[in-house]
Every structure is written in C-alpha cells, then in structure tokens.
Design a protein around this ligand. Structure first.
Ligand code: FRU
Length: 487
C-alpha cells in the first residue's frame, strides 16, 4: 500500500476514533455510519463467514464530500460491527471520491470494483472524470490495482459521457468477469454498458445492455443484475423522474425489470417492471446471494434532492433493513430478513381488537419496534394509525376503504421534507396485512407480506412514543408488537 494511501486511511480512522463518542443516539437495528455522512450501500458481500457492507462515506462531515468507503461486518445482517475505513481517495483518478461499486469473492480475496471520481475544478463539473477501478483485499485491507483505472474513456464507445460513467456491478459467469456500468448517452439519457474481462485488468466493451427511452427519468445510477430462481432481475436508480400515477413520486427513485438475459447474444429482455419501494426515502439498492440461496437487498434509506437529512446527532444517512426478495406473479416482493425475528422481545398481542373511534392499546407504544397488523374492515370508511406522537407531532398511516388506498404522511410531524405524503392504490383494502419497523428515525412499512415495501425518514423527539388507532366505525385488528433490542 502506498504511503499516501496509508496516511489518508490512518488519518480518517483516527478522526473516527477520536470523535465516535461525540455521536448522539443511534438506531438499534439499522446501520448508520460510525460518524459523518453515508450514502449508497457498496460491495455487499459474504466473505470469510461474515456479511460485509461497505458504504459511501464522508467521515469528516455530516454532508457529502470527498468520498471514502466505510465498512461494517455482520453475522446476521442485523447487528453490524464497524471496521476500519476500507478505501480512501488518494490517487489522481479517485482524488475526489471512491464512488459506488460492488464486490465479488475471487481466489479467496474480496475484489472490489468502484468508480474513481476526479473533479479538478469544483465550479466546472464538465472537467471531471469517472473511471472504473479495482481494489483487492482480505476483508480488512484493500490494495488498489497498479494499473488502475481499468476502464476509462479509452474503452468507452462513441456518444457516451466520460462525466457520468459510474457504479460498476461486477460478477463472474463461467470464468469470465462481467461489469455493468451506468452511463449517460449523448442524448442526456441513461444507459447501461456491459463489459467483460478474463483477468480483471483488461476490459472489453460488449454492448449497451439497456438504454433509457425517456420513460424512466434521465441518468440512471447503481445498476444491479441478478437471478431469482430462473428469472433475471435488473435494478437501477433513475434520476429526475416524472411521477406516473402511484409510481415515481420522488425525484430520484428506483426500479426493477424482470426478464431474461442471454450470455450468447448479451440481450436483456424484460416483461415486467415497477418501482422497487413506494416510500419517500429509498435509493441505490444492492443485492447479495446468501449461502442458503436467498437474495437480499439493502438500500440507502434516503435520497438526493428532497429527502430529509437529519444532522443533529453527528451522523447522517441510514440503511434500510436488509430485505429478502422473491418474485410472485411477476412482481418483486420484499420482506425484512428473517434474522430480525431473533431480536424480538416483550411480545404484546391483541386478537380481534375492535377499533371504533380513537383508541390506545395498552403496551402498544415505543419508537423502536417490529409490529404486525391484520386489519379487517367491518363498517368503517377509514382506519388510521399514528406513530411517534407527543401531543404536538406525529406521522401516520391511513387506509381509505372507499378509495382502496394506503397513505403515509408526515405532514403533521415536526420534521418535514419537501414531499411528505405518499399514497398507494391497492386492489382491495377490506382485509390488509401490514408489518411496520420503526427504529427511531426509520419507518418501513411492508404491505401484504411484502407486495409493497415503503421506507421513510421520520425524525421526531426521542420522547415521542405514543401510538393511537383511529377509525370512523368498526374495524377489527390483530396487533402483534415486539421490542427490538441489541444483542
Ligand atoms: C448514487 C450516487 C452514485 C455515485 C455515488 C456518489 O447515490 O450518486 O451514482 O457513485 O452516489 O457518492
């Protein structure tokens, strides 16, 4: 490792060590950076019997800056241990950031492919470059390849931007390495470029795997391509999207395509697509395959633009709970990793509780919990649950049985973003299942066993813990609630 890289890493790790005790209250089962800023999950992998989750990280500030790769490891994707910072910007090609990328296990090493960002003139982004780089490590220390960057403008086809060229997804198939990289075409729209290599150093452009036809925002970021059973799933994070019905209510969203990928023709065809998460904060997801065959997805539970970035506690940015992915009826279902159930305690159960008017249920309160609701309408036109109440402020979920909608709102919350409500239309709401994870500042709602997943930032006073159930007539509700505590 070069002396400069050693120094840059040591300085950052020392800064984290010196300041980690200044950080305020943290979520219990959602990962944040140790201090400072985080955005996208990176290099999500299973290596030497541990899950590894890296992330875009500015340790020195609670806002974006020159980006490092923070690093955490886990046995179960719920409790995370911070490791030393894994990658630091130190070379000309990545001096302003080691941007997002992915990892594979190869020859007993963890191989990272990331984007090097160089921005010599902060007032003129057109002079910046994005190139693809490799770093190889033992799960703790990573060496950048001598011949980095391994992909730069010299292997970009015509009409492809050098400025918007990032977030490689690397994988191996039949002894060949592949990399799928987000790029902006000269018409300003996103596209995914596929490369291949036999040695990680020399990469050959294969094709444009998919190009934005203008229907899905502008630039695309953070591609991932993986299989669930016999289907290929491609995910992207499109920017500057325009809302279409329930879809794309956020300026920067995420979406999936379900289809087929052919290694002979390098064609990706899809039959179905949709938004991944129907909340207000969710971006740049990545997946891994577990040893027992599950596909797990994790995302940054925030986004660029209008999202709330809470900075008072000395850190900014939270990951979603890792989610198990399945496909049912050509739709992507998401549900919290089953390992979370091992953290449940203090069970409170109500069977067929009748809600009619405004009700509180004994022992159903808190701001760190896992809750399941089975809601059956009898005579009501709406059913509402308020969370994080403190007399002045709350967030709520409201089911409108006449319109068949579920709406989340933080309009009545002390902390708001630009966009504070989101509504989903369901086929039927007469009977509806919800699972709610609340972990101080992160609120995740899964509807009907994961048919819809929605994530939100919900900053509130740490004392705001009341929960109230409201309806305008009879609703039957089973409530199961567990505290989630650290182990
Ligand atoms: C997505 C993203 C990536 C980029 C990274 C920089 O959130 O914009 O495209 O690599 O963040 O931190």
């Amino acid at each position: 490792m070069s002396e400069k890289l050693k120094d840059t890493l040591n300085n950052a790790n020392k800064y984290v060590a010196d300041n980690r005790l200044k950080v305020g209250i943290k979520p219990t089962f959602h990962l944040t950076g140790e201090i400072g800023w985080i955005n996208d999950p990176n290099g999500f992998s299973f290596y030497k019997n541990k899950y590894h989750l890296f992330y875009q990280h500015n340790p020195y500030d609670v806002q974006f800056g020159d980006i490092y790769w923070g690093h955490a490891t886990s046995d179960d994707m719920v409790s995370w241990k911070y490791e030393d910072i894994a990658l630091a910007p130190d070379k000309e090609y990545d001096i302003n950031g080691c941007f997002s990328g992915t990892a594979i296990v190869d020859n007993e090493k963890l191989v990272i492919m990331y984007t090097g960002f160089c921005n010599p003139d902060k007032d003129d982004i057109s002079k910046s470059t994005q190139v693809q780089c490799i770093a190889v490590g033992d799960g703790k220390y990573f060496e950048k390849f001598e011949n980095n960057p391994v992909i730069d403008k010299s292997n970009l086809p015509e009409n492809c931007s050098e400025i918007d060229f990032r977030d490689p997804k690397i994988w191996v198939n039949d002894g060949v390495y592949y990399s799928l990289i987000a790029n902006r075409a000269s018409d300003g729209l996103g596209q995914l470029l596929l490369y291949k290599s036999t040695n990680l150093s020399e990469w050959e452009f294969v094709c444009v795997l998919l190009k934005n036809n203008g229907d899905f925002g502008k630039m695309w970021e953070c591609p991932d391509l993986f299989m669930i059973e016999d289907k290929y799933v491609l995910i992207i994070s499109p920017q500057e999207v325009v809302a279409k019905g329930d879809m794309f209510q956020n300026e920067h969203g995420t979406m999936y395509f379900i289809g087929d990928f052919n290694y002979d023709t390098f064609e990706f065809t899809y039959s179905d697509f949709n938004e991944i998460d129907f909340g207000l904060e969710f971006y740049a997801p990545q997946t891994l395959k577990t040893d027992d065959g599950r596909t797990i997805l994790v995302a940054w539970c925030q986004s660029w633009g209008e999202t709330i970035h809470h900075k008072v506690n000395g850190y900014s940015g939270i990951m979603t709970i890792p989610r198990e992915l399945t496909i049912k009826n050509n739709k992507l279902y998401q549900y919290p990793v089953r390992e979370l159930n091992d953290y449940r305690s203090n069970e409170v159960i109500y069977t067929n509780a009748i809600i009619n008017g405004t009700e509180k249920l004994e022992n159903v309160n808190g701001n760190i919990f896992d809750m399941e609701l089975n809601i059956k309408n009898v005579d009501a036109s709406f059913f509402e649950v308020r969370f994080l109440e403190d007399g002045e402020s709350y967030v709520n979920i409201k089911v409108d049985f006449e319109l068949n909608t579920v709406t989340f709102s933080r309009e009545n919350n002390k902390f708001k973003g630009k966009n504070n409500t989101r509504t989903i239309h369901l086929k039927n709401t007469e009977s509806i299942k919800m699972r709610i994870l609340l972990d101080l500042y992160t609120f995740e709602l899964f509807i009907n066993d994961g048919e819809y997943a929605t994530s939100y930032s919900v900053y509130a006073e740490d004392t705001a813990k009341d929960i109230t159930f409201i309806s305008d007539d009879k609703v039957k509700c089973d409530v199961s609630k567990w505290d989630i505590s650290k182990r």
